[in-house]
Design a protein around this ligand. Structure first.
Ligand code: GAR
Length: 217
């Protein structure tokens, strides 16, 4: 069966992009990364894509007077590459509802919290300030509201008593690198259905038990 054609949008170091590249290196993985688009040329993830032989494009938002032109250029590039699924992986531009609706149900994002908690920036600082015991990451379909949309995969990560934002970010990032390839695989396998703007996963085994993890000995 043909593999799902994935385009990845990045702004930064691209460690989630790398996780997707690594997953897709397995010929049995049902998706391939065919295009990486960055919104500026300094994005470290561009080198990761090139190292893997993946086509890259830089579409700099500063080169456009208005968001519409920037997004139309990304949209045309994705369509010309016959992309089936767009993954936002640390893409730090807010996309308009025009773009989001054009790619409705074919556009996903990863966010470093358990949505709908802690939307927006500086997530880990706010988790710590709130004294939350657990955080995590979420892969979700994109809707016009920021960090909103049907949830595909989540992973829970404990907050340790001596955490700072960097140590917490690193622990969450480890969970992200499992969650994003899993979400793309579920979509590529046709196991995701959206009903009433919620995701059903077909043939998902129910967890045998719920484990409460207590980090405090
Ligand atoms: C990741 O932690 C991702 O969840 C976050 O940016 C980081 C990108 O890292 N995304 C957002 O905060 C989006 N609102 P990466 O470039 O190494 O994948």
């Amino acid at each position: 069966m043909a593999r799902l054609r994935v385009g990845v949008l990045i702004s930064g170091r691209g460690s989630n992009l790398q996780a997707l590249i690594d997953a897709a290196a397995d010929p049995a993985y049902p998706a391939e990364i065919v295009l990486v688009v960055a919104n500026h040329g300094d994005a470290g993830g561009l080198a990761r894509a090139k190292a893997a032989g993946i086509r890259t494009e830089t579409i700099n938002h500063r080169a456009f007077n208005a968001k519409q032109g920037f997004e139309a250029s990304i949209d045309a590039t994705l369509r010309a590459a016959r992309i089936d699924l767009v993954c936002l992986a640390g893409f730090m531009r807010i996309l308009s509802s025009w773009f989001v609706e054009r790619w409705r149900d074919r556009l996903i994002n990863i966010h470093p919290s358990l949505l709908p908690a802690f939307k927006g920036l500086d997530t880990h600082e706010r988790v710590l300030a709130a004294g939350a015991r657990f955080t995590g990451c979420t892969v979700h379909f994109v809707r016009p509201d920021v960090d909103d949309g049907p949830i595909i995969v989540q992973a829970v990560v404990p907050v340790m008593p001596d955490d700072d934002a960097d140590s917490l970010a690193a622990r969450v990032l480890g969970a992200e690198h499992h969650s994003y390839p899993l979400a793309v695989r579920l979509i590529a396998e046709g196991r995701i259905q959206i009903r009433d703007d919620r995701v059903d996963i077909l043939n998902a085994a129910a967890p045998a038990e719920v484990v409460m993890f207590n980090p405090i000995k």
